[in-house]
Design a protein around this ligand. Structure first.
Ligand code: C2O
Ligand code: CU
Length: 462
C-alpha cells in the first residue's frame, strides 16, 4: 500500500512541482532525433527534496515527448550511455519488425557506448510511447520511458495539446529509488512492482493552469511497471476520443472514471467548464483512498464564455478501419501461475520443472504450461491470416496483455482497436486481429515483472 505520508509530502511540494514542468519536445521529422539513455538524478517533488537516482532518456524523466509524422519515415538515433545493454521499443507502432527493439529477437542488444538507428514509418496517428525492452523490470522501473506522438495530417482544433505520462515509483523516506526490492520474487508472483509515489510528467502533483472555456486534448499514458491506474476526473465536459492511439466514437467516461492498465493510453477532449479561480483535481483511486496526482487551476481570465460544443471525432487510421472476417484461426492461451495460483510445474528451457525449481530460476508464470520464451512460436502463420487468441486468465491476478506490431479487438463487439488489454482474473476473452506485419513479434504481460517471471511468448508472420 502507498504510504499516506509520502503522498502528503508530495502534496506540499505540488506548486514547486509545477515550476519544474519543462515540456521537452522533440521534432523528429527531418534531421535524425537523438535519444540517449544514461544514469543521473532528478528531483520529483520540489527544491527542498532530495534528488533521486534514475535511468533516463535525454536527462529527463520521463524522456522527451517525441512527435513524428504519420506515414513518413523518421530517424531516431539511440545512443546507449548506460553501463549495461539496452534497446528501445516503440509501443503500439505497426512498424518494420527490425525496428521493434526486442533484443535477442529483432536486434542485438545495444551495448554500452554503442548506437542503433531506428527508422520509424508509422501508418497510424495517435498517442504511443517508447521504453526500454531490456531487463524492463529494472530499467523501466528506473525511468527509461517516454511518450511518442504520431501526428495527424489534419489534427483536430484544440487550444492545447497536453500529455500526462503517469508513473509509479517505489521510493524510500529519503526519496531514494528502492533498489533492494528490484527482482523481488514476492512482487513478481503477486501484482508486480507497485510503488508508493505517483508522478505526472516526472513531477509530484503538478499544477496546470487552465482557463474556463478552453478546449484541451489530454493524452494519458500509463508508463508504470505494474500499477493499473484508476483515474478520477472532476471535470464534467470530458470525452474519450482515442484508446491506445486509435480513434473511437467519442464517449463520456462514466462518472469521470478512466482505467488505464500499464502500457495503455487514452486521448481525452476536455472543455474546461469551472469558474475562474477554482480548481479541480485529477485523482488515482487506490483501495479506499483517492490521491491527487495533478490539479487544474483556473486562471481569472476565461478563454471563452460559451463552451465549445462541437464534438471532436479523430480522423480514422488504417488500422481501425480493418474489417475482421467471421472465421479465425483460434490459438488458445492459458495464463497460469503466480501466488495462490496453484501451478505445480511447467516447462522452462525445454525441461519440466516443479514450482520450487522454477522459483529458484526466478520463474513463476506460464502460458500454456511453458515458462518464458519458447524455442517454437505460439503460432506461425502466413501474412493476412485472421487470428483469435483465446485467452483464459486461469490465476488469481489481472494481466495487461500486449501484442507487438499489431492492434487487436479485445472481444467481439467492443469496436476498439487496442495494443494492450486487461484480462481480469478468471476472465475468458479473445484478442482478434489480422496478422499482417511480417516478422517475429512478442506477446506478453505488460506488468513487466510478470513478463520477466515467465509471461512472454512470440509468433511469426511470414
Ligand atoms: Cu510496451 Cu513488449 O512492450
Ligand atoms: Cu501479468
Amino acid at each position: 500500500m502507498p504510504d499516506r505520508r509520502d503522498f502528503l509530502k508530495a502534496s506540499a511540494a505540488g506548486l514547486l512541482g509545477a515550476s519544474m514542468l519543462r515540456p521537452i519536445m522533440g521534432q523528429a521529422s527531418g534531421a535524425p532525433f537523438k535519444l540517449a539513455a544514461s544514469e543521473g538524478e532528478v528531483v520529483f517533488g520540489g527544491e527542498q527534496e532530495n534528488a533521486t537516482r534514475v535511468m533516463y532518456y535525454n536527462q529527463s524523466v520521463p524522456g522527451p515527448v517525441i512527435r513524428i509524422p504519420q506515414g513518413r519515415e523518421s530517424i531516431i538515433q539511440f545512443h546507449n550511455s548506460l553501463d549495461e545493454p539496452s534497446s528501445v521499443h516503440w509501443h503500439g507502432l505497426r512498424i518494420d519488425n527490425a525496428m521493434d527493439g526486442v533484443p535477442g529477437m529483432t536486434q542485438s542488444p545495444v551495448m554500452p557506448g554503442e548506437q542503433f538507428e531506428y527508422r520509424l514509418r508509422p501508418p497510424d496517428a495517435g498517442t504511443y510511447w517508447y521504453h526500454t525492452h531490456m531487463r524492463s523490470w529494472a530499467q523501466l522501473a528506473l525511468g527509461l520511458a517516454g511518450v511518442l506522438i504520431v501526428e495527424e495530417d489534419n489534427p483536430p482544433q484544440v487550444d492545447r495539446d497536453l500529455v500526462f505520462a503517469i508513473d509509479d515509483w517505489r521510493l524510500d523516506r529519503k526519496m531514494q529509488f528502492d533498489t533492494n526490492s528490484l527482482g523481488s520474487m514476492h512482487d513478481w508472483s503477486h501484482g508486480g512492482r507497485l510503488g508508493n509515489y505517483i508522478t505526472v510528467n516526472g513531477a509530484a502533483e503538478p499544477v496546470f493552469e487552465v482557463a474556463r472555456g478552453e478546449r484541451i486534448r489530454l493524452r494519458l499514458v500509463n508508463i508504470a511497471n505494474a500499477r493499473v491506474m484508476h483515474m478520477l476526473f472532476n471535470e464534467p465536459a470530458i470525452s474519450v476520443v482515442a484508446i491506445d492511439g486509435q480513434p473511437v466514437e467519442p464517449f463520456a467516461p462514466e462518472s469521470g472514471r478512466i482505467r488505464l492498465a500499464p502500457g495503455q493510453r487514452a486521448d481525452l477532449i476536455i472543455d474546461m467548464s469551472a469558474d475562474p479561480g477554482s480548481r479541480s483535481a485529477i485523482e488515482v483511486v487506490i483501495g479506499e483512498y483517492a490521491y491527487e496526482i495533478a490539479t487544474f487551476v483556473y486562471g481569472q481570465q476565461a478563454k471563452r464564455e460559451q463552451l465549445l460544443e462541437t464534438p471532436i471525432r479523430l480522423p480514422d487510421n488504417p488500422v481501425n478501419q480493418t474489417v475482421l472476417p467471421s472465421e479465425f484461426r483460434h490459438v488458445p492461451l492459458r495464463m497460469e501461475g503466480g501466488a495462490m495460483g496453484g501451478m505445480r510445474s511447467a516447462t522452462f528451457e525445454g525441461r519440466e520443472m516443479d514450482i520450487r525449481e522454477l522459483v529458484r530460476n526466478g520463474k513463476v508464470w506460464a502460458f500454456n504450461g511453458i515458462v518464458g520464451m519458447p524455442q517454437e512460436p505460439l503460432f506461425r502463420v502466413e501474412r493476412g491470416t485472421a487470428i483469435s487468441i483465446d485467452v483464459h486468465n486461469d490465476n488469481g491476478w489481472p494481466h495487461a496483455m500486449h501484442i507487438h506490431g499489431h492492434h487487436f479487438i479485445h472481444d467481439r463487439n467492443s469496436g476498439m482497436w487496442r495494443d494492450t488489454a486487461l484480462f481480469q482474473r478468471g476472465e475468458r476473452g479473445s484478442m482478434r486481429f489480422i496478422a499482417d506485419n511480417p516478422g517475429k513479434w512478442l506477446i506478453h504481460c505488460h506488468m513487466v515483472e510478470h513478463m520477466a517471471g515467465g509471461m512472454v511468448t512470440w509468433f511469426e508472420v511470414s
